[in-house]
Design a protein around this ligand. Sequence first.
Ligand code: MOS
Length: 694
Amino acid sequence: MIDMLETRAIGASLERMDGKLKVMGTAPYAFEHRLERPAYLHPVQATIARGRIRKIDTAAAESVEGVIAVITHETAARLASDENKELWVLQSDEVHFRGQFVAAVIAETPESARHAADLVRVEYQPAPHDVSFRADRKDLYAPKAVNAGYPTDTDHGDAETAFEAAEVKVDSTYTTPMEHNSPMEPHTTVALWEPPKLTLFDSTQSVHSVRATVAKTLGLEVEQVRVVSPYVGGGFGSKGEPHAHNILAALAALRAPGLAVKLALTRQQMFCLAGYRTPTIQRFRLGATRDGRLTSIIHDVVELTSRFREFAEQTAVPTRLMYASPNRRTRHRLAALDLPKPSWMRAPGETPGMFAGEVAMDELAVACGLDPVELRVRNEPECDPESGKRWGNRHLVECLREGARRFDWSRRDPKPRQRAEGHWLVGTGVASSTYPRYVLMGSRATIRVGEDGRYTVLIGAADLGTGTWTALAQIAADALECPVEAVGLEIGDTDLPNATVAGGSSGISSWGWAIVAAARELRRLHGSRPPMGAEASAQTPKPADDDKLAQHSFGAQFAEVRVNAETGEVRLSRMLGVFSAGRIINPRLARSQFIGGMTMGLSMALHEESVVEERFGHVVNHDFAGYHIACNADVANLDAVWLDEVDDRSTPMGSRGIGEIGIVGAAAAIANAVYHATGRRVRDLPITPDKLMT
Ligand code: MOS
């Protein structure tokens, strides 16, 4: 008999399987794989924001002891595809942004590579650059679509007229700064060219998309390229697609066959070469009846893209589904600037968009004299306002009510600036969270039966530090009805079956579904006790209900802050997130994901801001001395809980994905708490002391 307690692997708070290896330092990160004949690559970066390279003198660099080669746009191998201009590395004399790769040195030691890179002399023909991000620019344009394929603009009813006629109005502009993902492990590629085979040891959220993109860019067959990435020290979206460093490392490898050419970006290089979150300027208008029923929602977003390649963040997309209103309008407009390309950063779209929308809702609650929880409940839509589909599992109201109960919300004085403890003004705030349930097509899992009823599960999935190693083993054990110890998992290698990106909180949903499908196939072929040597393989199927159901996760965030009345310093003293995210595969790891997201939201609310210097066109605070991220001392009593829920219509595991929802709404809850503490409405992130003192 199979022990049912043992087989119920989903829902168990197992410790992370990779934890011990990481603590002992034996889990190899990209730079650390033991390889024979290593070489080191150090890039040379553009010192102008726009223009052309007139001349590059590499003689001094080449004469440094230990230098193997210097590559420039004149000497690097020619690439095959310029479809992605970010990856068009060392192919022309054009400079698109300050910090762009213009040359690189391959050497026997990192020190000689770096020293020689300093000796490369580049003469430029500068052209005027423009990095000025403003909403009043005359050249703002509407992209064809925004990230993840959403429409740029939507219109329902006549939002302008309804807003003008509304009994109560909020008309506010919110701004969020440029932010950098800043994972602890830098972006790293080790490239080894052993013709005809190119191997990349990479730090990535998707080995298979790195392989496909690198092969296409270099003009190689995908079978010629192998990407290995078993352990990743964070990504937050910045490792979701290959960047220029992947190609630079590959070009260096082509130049030095047989050598394992190692490139790890420095922290400072990561501020111009690894993506970032666009700054936003968001005008939010809400019209409502006196009793707080929305009659109009208007969300106009301005954000930036690089001039050489477009990225359009889907900032207004969550506004399309949060609340009921007969009239609604959303817009995205872009300023194309001479900056690096913005990219994904934890919940692109939802994160900045819900900051604006959920502070606007707080302003509306104040204007209507309504409790902010009650205002949200009153505007709960019966079906998805955008598509008209039924909700798969919308439990926002339960999250708000449960959070209010746990946070002792009923004792809150509705008026701001009513509580003080010494010099500290105390206030609380609430905001909603949401994130879509994405399942991506294209993952495949293979299960092999070994000795003693052991299984090997193969899928090229990624673990960014999020818990994939553990959660997928639990899912497999559940589907195979075996103890989790009987499952051997292999991930993070393109030699394994294809896996989609660890992005959009879609990883566990997509890969887990492929594993469940493969387990079912194995049983169909071989019964519930498959013999040694048996094997089955299956792909993630297309979710059956997606034409009928709107599948999203929801949550409610409650924050308590203390604001120093003398200095304007804000301390978060207490925060609670209540989430509805389907079935929780591993409570221990899920809590860490939720709290991690909330901490990143706290960081966004109070600390993070990349400052672009307009004269030179680069981020001046490009290190951890200047770019502040919440650390342990900033985090007080943070907790996350979730509704007990099994969502079988979202995935066969009943789960929906948890990587991103924790950040969504967190900054708004904190900003709303700062208003409640002080009576001051700060609409511009981060909420630094100067904004409260002036
Ligand atoms: Mo996440 S920003 O979709 O990797």
